[in-house]
Design a protein around this ligand. Structure first.
Ligand SMILES: [Zn+2]
Ligand SMILES: [Zn+2]
Length: 397
C-alpha cells in the first residue's frame, strides 16, 4: 500500500468505526468505576477484544492487554489507554443521555474516551493485520488516578517486557484544543508529582499569654512564606517548579493558641532530582523555623509520578505519522510543558515513548471544561483523529 492509500484507508476505517467508539464511550461513561475497582470495565473490554479475535491477557486484578501480531518482522509497539474513573459526582446537560449511573464515580478525566479510542484503534489494526510491521500490544491500564499508579504496576508485571515492547505511545484528551487537532512536544511534557504532609508542633496555651506558648500558626505562616523563596531564590530560574500548600488546619477558638498545625500540599517539577532538592530545602526551613522558636515538626514527602519526558525519536515518529495522517495544519507543537502529572511516565522510565494531547474541546459539545471538573466532557469527534493517528503510528513504518 502506498502512503496515500494507507492514509485514506486508515481515515475511512476510523470513520467506519466512529459510531462504535461513541457507543463504547457512552456505555463506559454511564458505568464508571474508580481506580483499582475497574472490574466491569475490564470484563467489557475483554469481551470486545475477544469479539475482534484479539488475544488477551490479564496481568493484574483489573485492566488487561490485547496483542495483535501480523507475523511480519518489525517493531513491537505498545499503545496505552487508562480506564479508571474519578471518585466524584458529575454534572452537565450535554451528557445527560449517558450520565454516570453510579453515585460517587464519574469519568471526568476522559479515560472512558481513551478506552473507546483504543478499542476503535484495535478494530482498525485488526483489519489491517497483514500490513502490520511487527506486533501491537494494546494496554488497557487501571488506576491512573491513584498511587502507586496502574502504569507502574503494568510495567512491573513484566507483561510488556515479555512481548518485547520497544516503543510506547499514549494520549490524553485535552479540552484546550479542538477535535481534529493534536499537540506534541519532545522532551519534558508533564511534571513529576509529590505529595507532602507537615505537622508543626508548638505549645498550646491562652491567647493572652503568648510568651508561655509556642504558636504553631505563626510558625506555619513563616514556613509557608519561606517555602515560596525556595522557588525564587534556591532554584535555577530557568527550571520550572511549584510548591503549593493546598490545605492548612490549626486552632479551635478565638482565644486559644493551638498546640499544632497541619499542612498538606504538592510539589511539581520536571525531574525527581529537582523535587528532592526542594525537599531538602523545605526540611531545612522546617527545622530552623520550628527549632528556633522552641517547637518541632514532622515531615512526610511522598514521591508520586515521575515526569513525562518524551523520547526525541519517538516524538519525531509521532509527529511524522500525525502530519501524514492528519495533515500538518492539525499538529500543534507545544512550546511549554504542563505542570499536571500522568503515570504514563512509569513506562517511559523503561521504554522509549511519547505522550500527546488529543483535542476534545468545543462549544457544541460543551467540552471546554477542565479535567476533573464535574461538567468535564469531550467532543466525540476526537475519536476520528485519535484512532486514525494511533493506527497510523503502527502502520507508518
Ligand atoms: Zn485525571
Ligand atoms: Zn487523566
Amino acid at each position: 500500500m502506498t502512503m496515500t492509500d494507507l492514509k485514506q484507508t486508515i481515515r475511512q476505517k476510523a470513520e467506519h468505526y466512529f459510531d462504535y467508539m461513541v457507543q463504547v464511550r457512552r456505555h463506559l461513561h454511564k458505568n464508571p468505576e474508580v481506580s483499582f475497582k475497574e472490574y466491569d470495565t475490564t470484563e467489557y473490554i475483554l469481551h470486545e477484544l475477544k469479539k475482534m479475535g484479539i488475544d488477551t491477557e490479564t496481568p493484574l486484578e483489573t485492566g488487561c492487554i490485547g496483542v495483535i501480531d501480523g507475523g511480519k518482522p518489525g517493531t513491537a509497539i505498545a499503545l496505552r489507554a487508562d480506564i479508571d474513573a474519578l471518585a466524584m459526582d458529575e454534572e452537565g446537560e450535554a451528557k445527560k443521555k449517558f450520565m454516570s449511573e453510579r453515585p460517587g464515580a464519574a469519568h471526568c478525566c476522559g479515560h472512558d474516551a481513551h478506552t473507546a479510542n483504543l478499542l476503535g484503534t484495535a478494530k482498525i489494526l485488526k483489519e489491517l493485520e497483514p500490513e502490520i510491521p511487527g506486533k501491537v500490544v494494546l494496554v488497557f491500564q487501571p488506576a491512573e488516578e491513584k498511587l502507586p499508579g496502574g502504569g507502574r504496576m503494568v510495567r512491573e508485571s513484566g507483561v510488556l517486557q515479555k512481548h518485547g515492547v520497544e516503543e510506547i505511545y499514549g494520549l490524553h484528551m485535552n479540552p484546550a484544543y479542538a477535535p481534529g487537532q493534536i499537540a506534541v512536544k519532545p522532551g519534558p511534557f508533564m511534571a513529576c508529582t509529590v505529595e507532602f504532609e507537615i505537622e508543626v508542633i508548638g505549645k498550646g496555651g491562652h491567647a493572652a499569654t503568648p510568651h508561655l506558648t509556642v504558636d504553631p500558626i505563626v510558625l506555619s505562616s513563616q514556613i509557608i512564606t519561606q517555602f515560596q523563596s525556595i522557588i525564587s531564590r534556591s532554584l535555577d530560574p530557568t527550571e520550572p517548579a511549584i510548591i503549593t500548600v493546598g490545605k492548612i488546619e490549626a486552632g479551635s477558638a478565638f482565644n486559644v493558641i493551638s498546640a499544632k498545625a497541619e499542612m498538606i500540599g504538592t510539589v511539581r517539577a520536571f525531574s525527581m532530582e529537582t523535587a528532592r532538592f526542594i525537599k531538602s530545602r523545605m526540611e531545612a526551613i522546617l527545622k530552623s523555623v520550628t527549632e528556633g522558636a522552641g517547637g518541632s515538626y514532622k515531615f512526610e514527602f511522598n514521591e508520586g509520578y515521575p515526569a513525562v519526558v518524551n523520547n526525541e525519536q519517538c516524538n519525531q515518529k509521532l509527529e511524522q505519522a500525525a502530519i501524514r495522517v492528519l495533515g500538518e495544519e492539525n499538529v500543534i507543537n507545544l512550546k511549554k510543558p504542563l505542570m499536571a502529572g500522568e503515570d504514563f511516565s512509569f513506562y517511559q522510565e523503561e521504554f522509549p515513548g511519547a505522550f500527546f494531547f488529543l483535542g476534545s474541546g468545543s462549544d457544541e459539545a460543551d467540552s471546554k471544561w477542565s479535567w476533573h471538573h464535574p461538567r468535564y466532557n469531550i467532543d466525540e469527534r476526537a475519536f476520528l483523529t485519535g484512532s486514525a493517528l494511533m493506527a497510523g503510528l503502527v502502520l507508518d513504518r
